[in-house]
Design a binder for this molecule. Structure first.
Ligand code: GUN
Length: 300
């Protein structure tokens, strides 16, 4: 088997999902008599955040989603930011609101997420949305990165029922919602993290390994089971020989001969996250206006 066959091509999967989203954008426009829309708030000068926001807005515009970019200085107070969000919550023609994280230290991430109308919460970070997901309800907004991961897993493996899935990393954005999604697909799930004793003892049992720890090339072949499917969520920026490189949480070259399938970095999870944000935005434009929305990620 050549290594190419083992690669889960996130760019291709994201193109396919975007094609479906484009059709939904047209349908939404017909029903609502306006295009679906997203407001993206960027605070401060974080370079990675600027790149993410630029890519999100570029993709939205390309597929007919109206985007509103709101750039604010890192000196903005929590109260001012809460007022901006209140204002966006009240605007009928805004379907989705995204506040790019991380936030400056003086602003509470929790308070900001809590202030977003759950129906406009296209990140799926609001406790109402995360709570519904925890209860096994996929009808709300689901965080984009884990949604993209489950989409690729279902497309590549078909049924996930009965598989051992181990997640490395317990973040609210990836690890925890990922567990809910995998459980819903009838996987046996384990979340591990930086305090886990004998980490490789857990990861070596995984048919599906989700690496979301934020440590460049941490997972090598000693951590994985033969023929495992690996989803690498890591985006670690490193300067190597004066060149800026993006590395995953998995040492790709070291594990490739042992795996069944693996997502590369870049070109794996990253493009899917943006496609899923577009999906959530169009989904919000249906649901908050009380139109029926036919789920395309889970009903197959
Ligand atoms: N920062 C890193 N990932 C994300 C994401 O998925 N959403 C938001 N809002 N901020 C992020």
């Amino acid at each position: 088997m050549t290594n190419d066959i083992k690669i889960i091509d996130g760019i291709n999967h994201s193109k396919n999902l975007i094609e479906s989203v484009k059709k939904l954008v047209l349908k939404s426009e017909k029903l609502n008599k306006r295009k679906p829309s997203i407001a993206v708030i960027l605070i401060g000068e974080n370079l990675a955040s600027k790149i993410y926001v630029k890519n999100k807005i570029k993709t939205a515009e390309k597929i007919g989603i109206v985007s509103k970019r709101i750039t604010l200085p890192s000196s903005i107070s929590e109260k001012e930011l809460l007022n901006k969000i209140k204002n966006l919550n009240e605007q009928r023609e805004i379907d989705g609101i995204l506040v790019q994280l991380p936030l400056p230290d003086h602003i509470s991430e929790y308070k900001i997420i809590l202030s977003i109308d759950p129906k406009k919460d296209v990140d799926g970070f609001h406790p109402i949305n995360l709570g519904n997901l925890f209860l096994g309800n996929n009808n709300g907004m689901i965080p984009c990165t884990p949604l993209g991961c489950i989409y690729m897993l279902k497309k590549e493996l078909g049924s996930l029922s009965g598989l051992n899935a181990t997640i490395v990393g317990r973040s609210n954005i990836v690890g925890k919602p990922m567990q809910s999604l995998l459980l819903k697909e009838n996987c046996t799930t384990t979340i591990t993290h930086s305090n886990t004793r004998n980490l490789s003892g857990f990861t070596q049992k995984a048919d599906i390994l989700i690496a979301a720890i934020g440590m460049a090339e941490f997972i090598d072949n000693s951590y994985i089971k033969n023929e495992a499917t690996i989803i690498d969520v890591g985006i670690n920026r490193k300067k190597i020989n004066d060149k800026n490189k993006i590395l995953g949480d998995v040492n790709f070259d070291n594990v490739i001969s042992k795996v069944n399938l693996i997502t590369p970095v870049p070109g794996g999870v990253g493009p899917m996250t943006i496609a899923c944000l577009m999906y959530n935005t169009v989904k919000a434009s249906f649901l908050r206006n009380d139109y029926e929305f036919k789920e395309i990620i889970f009903d197959e």
